[in-house]
Design a protein around this ligand. Structure first.
Ligand code: NDP
Length: 240
């Protein structure tokens, strides 16, 4: 059966690789994005994946986005909450707007989109939700109280919602990437990155495709006995 999948932040980086992997696996994919029209248009042209622009931190926009996708492609079976941002700074320098932006975009979006898609999944007795957490939500990270709190929240959210979905054919899992070579990590100073790579047992940064592989595994039709779990994909970093 052709599944319909929504991937937030699905037009570049890790989300781009997830969108492509799901499409290559026979899904009809809706890739959401927020601001980078150029990257999104390029992605659509190269892959043929449908693109949808809205801000996932906005509850009403998420409801409208889901309604539009379901009108265009059919009911959403697979939801990958991947969109995320960083607004780093130590606690002293952390402003309320940086704190809130990261909480709303990285964690609030999971609530917004699960709220919009869960009733349909329940009614059809099938759903696969994968939330993209982070090694920094598991271990914490200097200068990232906002990001670590949001990502850690994702792991708790995942376990709680998994219990609500379990009797209704819906699995809810998370993947926790380590450092992956995307625009987000390219913004990290090179000297810091070198140190990070030196502490990764596998000896390299992750590739977006490494994360997509785990998402594909968790969204399979027959992956119905894995729920409330987090798969760490981090090259052995910290051995989480
Ligand atoms: P990128 O910065 O490369 O891409 C982020 C994506 O999220 C873009 O598509 C962006 O859209 C989208 N996005 C950001 N804000 C919003 C918003 N408000 N509404 C809708 N879409 C939005 O990030 P990565 O690919 O590196 O990261 C993907 C996920 O993986 C994130 O959740 C991140 O926290 C997590 N992660 C990444 C790691 C890494 O090392 N890269 C490590 C651990 C976790 P647009 O293109 O329009 O800007």
């Amino acid at each position: 059966m052709n599944r319909v999948a929504l991937v937030t932040g699905g037009t570049r980086g890790i989300g781009g690789a997830i969108s492509l992997a799901l499409k290559n696996h026979g899904c009809q994919v809706a890739a959401n994005y927020h601001a980078n029209d150029e990257a999104a248009e390029h992605f659509r042209e190269v892959t043929g994946v449908d693109i949808y622009k809205w801000d996932v931190s906005d509850f009403a926009a998420c409801e409208a986005g889901v309604a539009q996708i379901e009108a265009d492609l059919g009911p959403i079976d697979i939801l990958v909450n991947n969109a995320g941002i960083t607004r780093d700074g130590t606690l002293q320098k952390m402003t309320p707007d940086r704190w809130q932006a990261v909480l709303d975009t990285n964690l609030g979006s999971c609530f917004n989109l699960c709220h919009a898609t869960f009733p349909g999944m329940r009614a059809r007795k099938f759903g696969r939700v994968v939330n993209v957490g982070s090694i920094n939500g598991q271990a914490g990270q200097y200068g990232q109280v906002n990001y670590a709190a949001a990502k850690s929240g994702i792991h708790g959210f995942t376990k709680a919602l998994a219990q609500e979905g379990a009797r209704h054919g819906i699995t809810v899992n998370a993947v926790a990437p380590g450092y992956v070579d995307t625009d987000m990590v390219r913004a990290v100073p090179e000297a810091v990155l070198e140190k990070i790579v030196a502490s990764i047992p596998v000896g390299r940064l992750g590739r977006a495709e490494d994360i997509a592989r785990a998402v594909l595994f968790l969204t399979a039709n027959d992956a119905d006995f894995i729920t409330g779990s987090t798969i760490s994909v981090n090259g052995g970093h910290h051995m989480y």
